[in-house]
Design a protein around this ligand. Structure first.
Ligand code: HXC
Length: 257
Protein backbone atom coordinates (compact mmCIF):
# COMPACT_ATOMS: atom_id res chain seq x y z
CA UNK A 1 0.00 0.00 0.00
CA UNK A 2 1.16 3.57 -0.47
CA UNK A 3 0.39 6.46 1.87
CA UNK A 4 0.26 10.21 1.42
CA UNK A 5 2.23 11.01 4.58
CA UNK A 6 4.31 7.89 5.21
CA UNK A 7 6.97 5.90 3.44
CA UNK A 8 6.65 2.23 4.28
CA UNK A 9 9.21 -0.35 3.28
CA UNK A 10 9.89 -3.92 4.32
CA UNK A 11 13.47 -4.90 5.05
CA UNK A 12 13.23 -8.64 5.53
CA UNK A 13 10.95 -9.17 8.52
CA UNK A 14 11.22 -5.50 9.58
CA UNK A 15 8.69 -2.85 8.54
CA UNK A 16 10.27 0.60 8.38
CA UNK A 17 7.67 3.37 8.65
CA UNK A 18 8.99 6.88 7.93
CA UNK A 19 6.85 9.93 8.74
CA UNK A 20 7.00 12.04 5.62
CA UNK A 21 5.59 15.58 5.86
CA UNK A 22 8.93 17.38 5.68
CA UNK A 23 7.37 20.79 4.94
CA UNK A 24 5.76 20.75 8.41
CA UNK A 25 8.52 18.89 10.31
CA UNK A 26 6.19 15.86 10.35
CA UNK A 27 3.50 17.72 12.30
CA UNK A 28 0.84 15.12 13.05
CA UNK A 29 -2.39 15.98 11.23
CA UNK A 30 -5.42 13.76 10.72
CA UNK A 31 -3.96 12.39 7.46
CA UNK A 32 -0.85 11.12 9.27
CA UNK A 33 -3.05 9.58 11.96
CA UNK A 34 -5.22 7.78 9.38
CA UNK A 35 -2.10 6.59 7.54
CA UNK A 36 -0.48 5.42 10.77
CA UNK A 37 -3.58 3.47 11.79
CA UNK A 38 -3.63 1.74 8.40
CA UNK A 39 0.13 1.10 8.25
CA UNK A 40 0.42 -0.32 11.78
CA UNK A 41 -2.66 -2.52 11.26
CA UNK A 42 -1.18 -3.83 7.99
CA UNK A 43 2.13 -4.54 9.75
CA UNK A 44 0.37 -6.35 12.60
CA UNK A 45 -1.61 -8.51 10.16
CA UNK A 46 1.35 -9.42 7.92
CA UNK A 47 2.74 -12.78 9.04
CA UNK A 48 6.04 -12.14 7.27
CA UNK A 49 6.73 -9.12 9.54
CA UNK A 50 8.02 -9.38 13.10
CA UNK A 51 8.96 -5.88 14.25
CA UNK A 52 8.43 -2.31 13.05
CA UNK A 53 10.54 0.83 13.26
CA UNK A 54 8.89 4.24 13.22
CA UNK A 55 11.16 7.11 12.30
CA UNK A 56 11.09 10.68 10.97
CA UNK A 57 13.68 12.83 9.28
CA UNK A 58 17.14 13.91 10.41
CA UNK A 59 15.70 17.22 11.57
CA UNK A 60 12.47 16.05 13.17
CA UNK A 61 10.89 12.83 14.29
CA UNK A 62 7.77 15.00 14.59
CA UNK A 63 7.36 18.58 15.82
CA UNK A 64 4.01 17.86 17.43
CA UNK A 65 0.36 17.73 16.63
CA UNK A 66 -0.50 20.00 13.70
CA UNK A 67 -1.07 23.38 15.32
CA UNK A 68 -2.56 24.82 12.11
CA UNK A 69 -5.19 22.09 12.05
CA UNK A 70 -6.10 22.49 15.73
CA UNK A 71 -6.08 26.25 16.09
CA UNK A 72 -9.70 26.90 15.07
CA UNK A 73 -11.27 23.86 16.77
CA UNK A 74 -13.71 24.36 19.62
CA UNK A 75 -14.53 22.12 22.56
CA UNK A 76 -17.56 20.63 20.82
CA UNK A 77 -15.50 19.65 17.74
CA UNK A 78 -12.69 18.16 19.83
CA UNK A 79 -15.01 16.31 22.22
CA UNK A 80 -17.53 15.01 19.72
CA UNK A 81 -14.79 13.58 17.48
CA UNK A 82 -12.77 12.49 20.55
CA UNK A 83 -9.79 14.18 18.90
CA UNK A 84 -6.58 12.09 19.20
CA UNK A 85 -8.45 8.96 20.40
CA UNK A 86 -7.49 7.30 17.09
CA UNK A 87 -3.91 7.02 18.33
CA UNK A 88 -5.14 4.29 20.68
CA UNK A 89 -5.51 2.13 17.59
CA UNK A 90 -1.80 2.58 16.90
CA UNK A 91 -0.95 1.57 20.48
CA UNK A 92 -3.15 -1.52 20.08
CA UNK A 93 -0.52 -3.01 17.74
CA UNK A 94 0.45 -6.35 19.25
CA UNK A 95 3.85 -6.82 17.62
CA UNK A 96 6.84 -4.80 18.84
CA UNK A 97 7.48 -1.30 17.50
CA UNK A 98 10.68 0.71 18.01
CA UNK A 99 10.77 4.51 17.72
CA UNK A 100 13.99 5.72 16.08
CA UNK A 101 14.20 9.40 16.96
CA UNK A 102 16.51 12.01 15.43
CA UNK A 103 15.98 15.75 15.87
CA UNK A 104 12.81 17.16 17.39
CA UNK A 105 10.28 14.91 19.13
CA UNK A 106 8.01 17.56 20.58
CA UNK A 107 4.47 17.47 21.90
CA UNK A 108 2.59 14.81 19.94
CA UNK A 109 5.95 13.77 18.42
CA UNK A 110 7.31 12.89 21.86
CA UNK A 111 4.00 11.21 22.62
CA UNK A 112 4.08 9.02 19.50
CA UNK A 113 7.68 8.03 20.32
CA UNK A 114 6.52 7.05 23.81
CA UNK A 115 3.62 5.01 22.35
CA UNK A 116 6.25 2.75 20.80
CA UNK A 117 7.68 -0.10 22.87
CA UNK A 118 11.02 1.63 23.28
CA UNK A 119 12.91 4.58 21.89
CA UNK A 120 16.34 4.49 20.25
CA UNK A 121 17.67 8.03 20.03
CA UNK A 122 20.19 9.66 17.73
CA UNK A 123 22.60 11.98 19.54
CA UNK A 124 20.70 14.84 17.85
CA UNK A 125 17.36 13.93 19.46
CA UNK A 126 15.45 16.51 21.49
CA UNK A 127 12.37 15.58 23.51
CA UNK A 128 9.82 17.99 24.92
CA UNK A 129 6.19 18.59 25.82
CA UNK A 130 5.92 22.31 25.02
CA UNK A 131 2.10 22.44 24.84
CA UNK A 132 1.94 24.78 27.83
CA UNK A 133 3.44 27.46 25.60
CA UNK A 134 0.37 27.11 23.36
CA UNK A 135 -1.89 27.40 26.40
CA UNK A 136 -2.83 23.71 26.31
CA UNK A 137 -1.49 20.41 27.65
CA UNK A 138 -0.29 17.12 26.20
CA UNK A 139 -3.28 15.35 24.64
CA UNK A 140 -1.93 12.03 23.34
CA UNK A 141 -0.80 10.46 26.60
CA UNK A 142 2.30 12.57 27.27
CA UNK A 143 1.49 13.60 30.82
CA UNK A 144 1.00 9.96 31.76
CA UNK A 145 3.69 8.18 29.72
CA UNK A 146 6.40 10.79 30.35
CA UNK A 147 5.73 10.70 34.09
CA UNK A 148 5.91 6.91 34.13
CA UNK A 149 9.12 6.98 32.07
CA UNK A 150 11.12 9.72 33.82
CA UNK A 151 9.35 10.28 37.16
CA UNK A 152 7.47 13.25 38.54
CA UNK A 153 10.27 15.79 38.93
CA UNK A 154 11.46 15.79 35.34
CA UNK A 155 7.98 15.32 33.88
CA UNK A 156 6.61 18.25 35.88
CA UNK A 157 9.49 20.49 34.96
CA UNK A 158 9.13 19.61 31.30
CA UNK A 159 5.37 20.11 31.02
CA UNK A 160 5.37 23.27 33.13
CA UNK A 161 8.28 25.00 31.38
CA UNK A 162 8.22 23.35 27.96
CA UNK A 163 11.97 22.82 28.11
CA UNK A 164 13.54 20.14 25.91
CA UNK A 165 15.70 17.21 27.00
CA UNK A 166 18.63 16.25 24.81
CA UNK A 167 19.44 12.63 23.99
CA UNK A 168 21.98 12.22 26.77
CA UNK A 169 19.62 13.50 29.45
CA UNK A 170 16.80 11.37 28.00
CA UNK A 171 18.97 8.28 28.31
CA UNK A 172 19.97 9.11 31.88
CA UNK A 173 16.32 9.66 32.75
CA UNK A 174 15.21 6.34 31.26
CA UNK A 175 13.17 7.80 28.41
CA UNK A 176 15.29 6.13 25.73
CA UNK A 177 16.95 2.73 25.72
CA UNK A 178 20.15 3.83 23.94
CA UNK A 179 21.76 6.76 22.15
CA UNK A 180 23.60 6.17 18.88
CA UNK A 181 25.38 8.49 16.43
CA UNK A 182 22.79 10.11 14.13
CA UNK A 183 24.39 8.60 11.04
CA UNK A 184 23.86 5.10 12.40
CA UNK A 185 20.31 5.51 13.72
CA UNK A 186 18.30 3.73 11.02
CA UNK A 187 20.82 0.95 10.56
CA UNK A 188 20.98 0.36 14.32
CA UNK A 189 17.18 0.48 14.71
CA UNK A 190 16.60 -1.93 11.81
CA UNK A 191 19.29 -4.28 13.16
CA UNK A 192 17.65 -4.26 16.59
CA UNK A 193 14.24 -4.79 15.02
CA UNK A 194 15.63 -7.71 12.97
CA UNK A 195 16.88 -9.32 16.18
CA UNK A 196 13.40 -8.99 17.68
CA UNK A 197 11.81 -10.31 14.48
CA UNK A 198 14.07 -13.38 14.62
CA UNK A 199 12.52 -14.54 17.91
CA UNK A 200 9.58 -16.92 18.16
CA UNK A 201 6.57 -14.73 17.25
CA UNK A 202 4.34 -15.73 20.16
CA UNK A 203 7.18 -15.13 22.62
CA UNK A 204 7.62 -11.62 21.19
CA UNK A 205 3.91 -10.87 21.65
CA UNK A 206 3.93 -12.29 25.17
CA UNK A 207 7.02 -10.39 26.28
CA UNK A 208 5.57 -7.10 25.01
CA UNK A 209 2.21 -7.76 26.63
CA UNK A 210 3.86 -8.59 29.95
CA UNK A 211 6.02 -5.50 30.20
CA UNK A 212 3.00 -3.36 29.27
CA UNK A 213 1.03 -5.05 32.06
CA UNK A 214 3.54 -3.55 34.51
CA UNK A 215 1.96 -0.16 33.73
CA UNK A 216 -1.58 -1.32 34.30
CA UNK A 217 -1.46 -3.55 37.40
CA UNK A 218 -0.06 -3.82 40.91
CA UNK A 219 3.01 -6.01 41.49
CA UNK A 220 1.24 -9.17 42.67
CA UNK A 221 -1.27 -9.12 39.78
CA UNK A 222 1.51 -8.30 37.32
CA UNK A 223 3.58 -11.24 38.48
CA UNK A 224 0.51 -13.48 38.32
CA UNK A 225 -0.11 -12.27 34.75
CA UNK A 226 3.54 -12.97 33.88
CA UNK A 227 3.48 -16.45 35.34
CA UNK A 228 0.26 -17.48 33.62
CA UNK A 229 1.42 -16.24 30.24
CA UNK A 230 4.80 -17.93 30.84
CA UNK A 231 2.94 -21.17 31.61
CA UNK A 232 0.86 -20.68 28.47
CA UNK A 233 3.93 -20.63 26.24
CA UNK A 234 4.64 -24.23 27.33
CA UNK A 235 1.65 -25.12 25.19
CA UNK A 236 3.45 -23.94 22.03
CA UNK A 237 5.54 -25.85 19.50
CA UNK A 238 8.09 -23.07 19.49
CA UNK A 239 8.86 -23.56 23.19
CA UNK A 240 9.68 -27.24 22.53
CA UNK A 241 11.77 -26.24 19.52
CA UNK A 242 13.53 -23.34 21.31
CA UNK A 243 14.65 -25.49 24.22
CA UNK A 244 15.60 -28.44 21.97
CA UNK A 245 17.65 -26.09 19.78
CA UNK A 246 19.54 -24.84 22.83
CA UNK A 247 20.31 -28.37 24.00
CA UNK A 248 21.35 -29.45 20.49
CA UNK A 249 23.47 -26.28 20.08
CA UNK A 250 21.71 -25.07 16.91
CA UNK A 251 19.49 -22.12 16.01
CA UNK A 252 15.75 -22.54 16.57
CA UNK A 253 13.32 -22.79 13.63
CA UNK A 254 9.99 -21.19 14.49
CA UNK A 255 6.52 -22.08 13.29
CA UNK A 256 4.68 -19.41 15.25
CA UNK A 257 2.57 -22.17 16.78
C1 HXC B 1 2.10 22.71 12.40
C2 HXC B 1 4.38 23.06 12.29
C3 HXC B 1 4.56 22.48 13.56
C4 HXC B 1 3.41 22.00 14.24
C5 HXC B 1 6.49 23.08 12.82
N1 HXC B 1 5.60 23.41 11.87
N2 HXC B 1 5.88 22.52 13.86
N3 HXC B 1 3.17 23.17 11.72
N4 HXC B 1 2.20 22.15 13.61
N5 HXC B 1 3.48 21.41 15.43
C6 HXC B 1 5.86 24.06 10.58
C7 HXC B 1 6.19 25.52 10.76
O1 HXC B 1 5.01 26.28 10.89
C8 HXC B 1 6.93 25.81 9.48
O2 HXC B 1 6.00 25.96 8.44
C9 HXC B 1 7.70 24.52 9.22
O3 HXC B 1 7.01 23.51 9.98
C10 HXC B 1 9.13 24.58 9.71
O4 HXC B 1 9.15 24.96 11.07
P1 HXC B 1 10.02 26.19 11.62
O5 HXC B 1 9.40 26.61 12.90
O6 HXC B 1 10.23 27.22 10.57
O7 HXC B 1 11.42 25.45 11.90
P2 HXC B 1 12.51 25.85 13.00
O8 HXC B 1 12.68 27.35 13.06
O9 HXC B 1 13.70 25.01 12.67
O10 HXC B 1 11.92 25.39 14.42
C11 HXC B 1 11.66 24.01 14.69
C12 HXC B 1 10.78 23.87 15.93
C13 HXC B 1 9.50 24.75 15.77
C14 HXC B 1 11.56 24.31 17.19
C15 HXC B 1 10.43 22.39 16.08
O11 HXC B 1 8.91 24.43 14.53
C16 HXC B 1 8.48 24.53 16.84
O12 HXC B 1 8.61 25.04 17.97
N6 HXC B 1 7.39 23.86 16.49
C17 HXC B 1 6.24 23.67 17.35
C18 HXC B 1 6.56 22.72 18.46
C19 HXC B 1 5.37 22.51 19.34
O13 HXC B 1 4.85 23.42 20.01
N7 HXC B 1 4.85 21.28 19.37
C20 HXC B 1 3.73 20.94 20.17
C21 HXC B 1 2.50 21.06 19.32
S1 HXC B 1 1.08 20.81 20.25
P3 HXC B 1 6.05 27.22 7.43
O14 HXC B 1 4.80 27.02 6.63
O15 HXC B 1 6.08 28.44 8.28
O16 HXC B 1 7.33 26.98 6.69
C22 HXC B 1 0.99 19.19 20.52
C23 HXC B 1 0.03 18.90 21.59
C24 HXC B 1 -0.98 17.93 21.31
O17 HXC B 1 1.65 18.40 19.96
C25 HXC B 1 -1.98 17.97 22.42
C26 HXC B 1 -2.50 19.31 22.72
C27 HXC B 1 -3.66 19.77 21.94
Amino acid sequence: ASYETLLVEQRGAVTLITLNRPQALNALNSRILADMIAATAAFDADESQGCAVITGSEKAFAAGADIKEMQSQGFADMYSHDFFAGWERVTATRKPIIAAVAGYALGGGCEVAMMCDFILAADTAKFGQPEVKLAVTPGMGGSQRLTRAVGKAKAMEMVLTGRMMDAEEAERAGLVSRVVPAADLIEEAVKTAATIASMAPLAALANKEMVNAAFETGLAMGIQFERRLFHGLFGTEDQKEGMAAFIEKRPGKWTGK
